[in-house]
Ligand binder design. Structure first.
Ligand SMILES: Cc1cc2nc3c(=O)[nH]c(=O)nc-3n(C[C@H](O)[C@H](O)[C@H](O)COP(=O)(O)OP(=O)(O)OC[C@H]3O[C@@H](n4cnc5c(N)ncnc54)[C@H](O)[C@@H]3O)c2cc1C
Length: 292
């Protein structure tokens, strides 16, 4: 029996991954699945695991660079509505892994739940954000977590309570294959006040962040109290280009992939910045973006 028999409707072979990422770069996935039910998701995970093939999860693809050679094994997307539910009960929100961060923030603000407004304008999904503990202006998504439901590589469902999880700068202990959903708890606040706060934060962010339609990525982690943006600027690298990939002027920790850019150019620019910052400032920058 084939690996995908019974799942032909939701699995594509040799599917280009570029359209599923913000950078729109890189090669194909050997198999790409958008399961429509939890049973399909579990079935696919079990099939590929039993055959010892790699499985990866892609959220909104805003923190991922795909290499030209693409990836072997299965790439799963939770874009189907069944993995994108949000529910609010009093001071608690349950959000599925596929929920877009923009909807997570908008729901919280509308329902008077204090905190997510700080993440306004960050592209991504709840699953992707929990995976790398997405943060802005000193607030990270892990702070509000009460529990998280995951699916393991062997197809087992597990619920972690807050005290079993740890979140730190741009990382979390959530290493299981799939973050299915999370329960968050917030302080309550007047919705109008939260809306105003969110609007102010958005104005500040919009001044430096490339527009939504720009093929861009936030590349490095900050280092020891200094932002990656400041370090890149201090090394005199603002505006540097490799091929058609360039460092953003308004905030040099964003790299922009222009028309004709390749994943190889992107990787070369990452390496160039790392080398220059190391040589000039004696700082080893670490990438925040995941490279597949
Ligand atoms: C313009 C711009 C601004 C940004 N600003 C910020 C910022 O201020 N702060 C910040 O922290 N980040 C920022 N980022 C980075 C990025 O937006 C966040 O990391 C975001 O949370 C990534 O979510 P995603 O769904 O796009 O992840 P993806 O790129 O799809 O995936 C990232 C990682 O998460 C894993 N993953 C995704 N979904 C799941 C899931 N359901 N279960 C298990 N693993 C999963 C993937 O396997 C991968 O390893 C920015 C990026 C851009 C392009």
């Amino acid at each position: 029996m084939s690996l995908i028999s019974g799942f032909e409707d939701v699995v594509k072979e040799n599917e280009p991954l570029a359209p599923y990422t913000r950078l729109k770069l890189g090669g194909v996935a050997a198999w790409f699945a958008e399961p429509q039910t939890r049973q399909q998701l579990i079935g696919l995970v079990k099939n590929f695991s039993e055959n010892e093939l790699p499985i990866r999860l892609i959220g909104a693809g805003s923190n991922t660079l795909i290499r030209n050679q693409g990836v072997g094994g299965l790439v799963i997307s939770l874009a189907s509505p069944v993995f994108c539910n949000v529910e609010v009960n009093d001071d608690t929100m349950i959000a599925d892994g596929g929920v877009k961060l923009v909807d997570f923030v908008a729901t919280a603000v509308k329902q008077g739940l204090n905190g997510p407004q700080h993440l306004v304008g960050i592209p991504g999904t709840v699953g992707g954000a929990l995976h790398s503990n997405t943060s802005a202006v000193g607030f990270d998504i892990g702070t509000w977590v009460k529990s998280v439901d995951v699916l393991t590589r062997s197809g087992e469902l597990i619920t972690y309570q807050k005290d079993e999880l740890s979140f730190s700068y741009r990382q979390s202990s959530l290493k299981d294959l799939i973050i299915l959903s999370a329960t968050f708890q917030f302080d309550r606040e007047d919705s109008e006040a939260l809306t105003k706060q969110m609007q102010k934060l958005w104005i500040v962010r919009r001044a430096t962040q490339p527009a939504a339609e720009t093929r861009s990525a936030y590349v490095f982690k900050d280092h020891g109290g200094e932002t990656a943006s400041d370090l890149i600027e201090q090394a005199g690298l603002k505006g540097t280009r490799v091929g058609n990939v360039e460092i953003c002027d308004s905030d040099p920790n964003y790299f922009i992939a222009n028309e004709g850019a390749t994943a190889e150019d992107f990787q070369k620019l990452i390496d160039l910045v790392k080398t220059q910052v190391q040589d000039q400032l004696d700082v080893g920058l670490e990438t925040s973006i995941g490279i597949w």
